[in-house]
Structures are given as C-alpha cells and as structure tokens.
Design a protein around this ligand. Structure first.
Ligand code: APR
Ligand code: ZN
Length: 233
C-alpha cells in the first residue's frame, strides 16, 4: 500500500473540454472576441453590465447541452472510494463535477449556477438568464451579479485550500495552463510541504517545471487510468 493518504486535485478548463465546453486559452478560447478585462472584471460589470451578463448567460445556458466526461466520472469514483482526505479544487464554474457525483469539491472561482447579490451578499442557486435585473430573493434589490470570481477579486475558500495543500501527500493537476494565480502556485505549496506532484494535461503548461511527474494526453484517458492506479496502489 502506498503511503499516500491525503490528496488534493486541482482541475481547470481542460477537464471539461471533452464535454464540449471551450477552454480559455486554446485556439477556440472563450476569450476569443472578448478581452478578459471586457467581461471578467468588476470594472467591466460596472461599465457594461449587459455585455457581462450576456457573456455569462450564454455560458450558463451552454451547461444544458453538455455532460460530464470520463475524467469527471473517474474523479467522482475516486471521491467515493478514497478513505483518506481528498479535495477537488476546481477553477471551473461549470457543474460537471457535481453532475458526475463528486462531493468533496470546492469552486474557487465561483459557479455559473449561482447569483450573488451585491446589496446583501446573499448567494442564490440560479439557472436562467440574469441579464434583465431580476430581484434578489433575499432583499429584493435588483442587484444580482454572476457569482464568479472576477480578475482582481479574491478566490473563494483560500484558507481551506491552503490547509488541504499543507496536509497533502499527493497534489494532482488536471487540465490547467498554470496561467492564473493563486491556483498556478498550488503545486509549489504542495511541494514545499513534501507532497508528490503529478500533472495530467494535453500539453506542457506554464507550471510543468514544478511537477515531479507530467503526463501529456487527454483528460478522459489519463484521469481514469490514474484513478485505477491510485486505487490499486
Ligand atoms: N485534456 C487535458 N487537458 C486539456 C484538454 C483535454 N482534453 N484540452 C485542453 N487541455 C489543457 C490545455 O492544454 C490547457 O493547458 O487545459 C488547459 C486549459 O487552460 P486554460 O484555457 O488557461 O484554462 P484554465 O487553466 O482553467 O484557466 C484558469 O483562468 O481565465 C481564467 O478564471 C479563468 O479559471 C480560469 C483560469
Ligand atoms: Zn440581496
């Protein structure tokens, strides 16, 4: 039996690519046609709320046409079977990990299917368009915004993530370019605390240098194979 008990898994847009959701920095990247600062900053929301809501309403609607792939399913299988500590930290705002059955899951960049009231701070599950000023179920204010962590804002649950990284025996990164911090720095934090580190990605990333092992390929192939390995170790 390997001496791995506590695992932290970071996922990025690449794990949802084979489900049909565009990544950010690939050839068909989500930012194509939009500059990040035009749709994913607090200033953009203040300057052009219609554009920002249109961008996120379209991404929220796209969730109805996609399904989890074998990589999401494999991580959910690991989550259900793993007796030690396990935390899936996703940068993604889609709901594919949940739909695959993952439970020990954290959305550090927020979720498309949540609305945040900028008046009372209440977060509400949300599935439809948000672009026409619906009222906050909590306080009635027409002050809802996508519950997405914009550039320049603090990701969610960083203390919980740091605690998990400090206790990890193994850190695995799936489908992320390592372009955005603080997520891009998690591998270094894990290494600092003595964890083994494994990268599963379609191509070398900005963070590949820091990983003890990097496997290149599609998540739908690499992740199920790795989950079988770790469960049999
Ligand atoms: N299997 C595995 N990896 C894949 C696949 C696949 N089928 N398809 C693409 N990838 C890889 C790409 O090679 C790339 O390294 O997934 C990575 C996706 O990188 P990005 O598009 O930069 O997405 P991500 O790393 O999640 O972006 C991080 O940046 O834009 C912000 O907040 C946004 O959460 C996002 C953050
Ligand atoms: Zn409110």
């Amino acid at each position: 039996m390997s001496d791995i008990r506590n695992i932290v898994i970071l996922t990025g847009a690449g794990i949802s690519a084979e489900s049909g959701l565009a990544t950010f920095r690939g050839p068909d990247g989500l930012w194509e046609g939009h500059r990040v600062e035009d749709v994913c900053t607090p200033a953009a929301l203040a300057r052009d709320p219609v554009l920002v809501h249109r961008f996120y309403d379209a991404r929220r609607a796209a969730l109805e046409n996609v399904a989890p792939n074998a990589a999401h399913d494999a991580l959910a299988r690991l989550d259900a079977a793993w007796a030690g500590e396990l935390l899936i930290v996703t940068q993604n705002v889609d709901d594919l990990h949940e739909r695959a059955g993952a439970a020990r899951l954290l959305h550090m960049h927020g979720e498309l299917q949540s609305a945040l009231c900028t008046d009372c701070g209440m977060a509400t599950r949300w599935s439809g368009p948000m672009g026409h000023g619906p009222e906050c179920p909590g306080c009635g204010a027409r002050a809802l915004r996508p519950d997405i962590v914009f550039f320049g804002e603090m990701p969610y649950e960083m203390e919980r993530i740091d605690r998990a990284l400090s206790r990890a025996d193994l850190f695995v990164s799936v489908g992320t370019s390592g372009a955005v911090y603080p997520a891009a720095g998690f591998v270094q934090t894990a290494r600092h605390h003595g964890a083994e580190t494994l990268e599963l990605n379609l191509e070398p990333s900005a963070g590949s240098f820091w990983f003890g092992e990097s496997r290149m390929g599609a998540a739908s192939v690499l992740v199920p194979r790795w989950v079988d390995e770790i469960l049999q170790a």
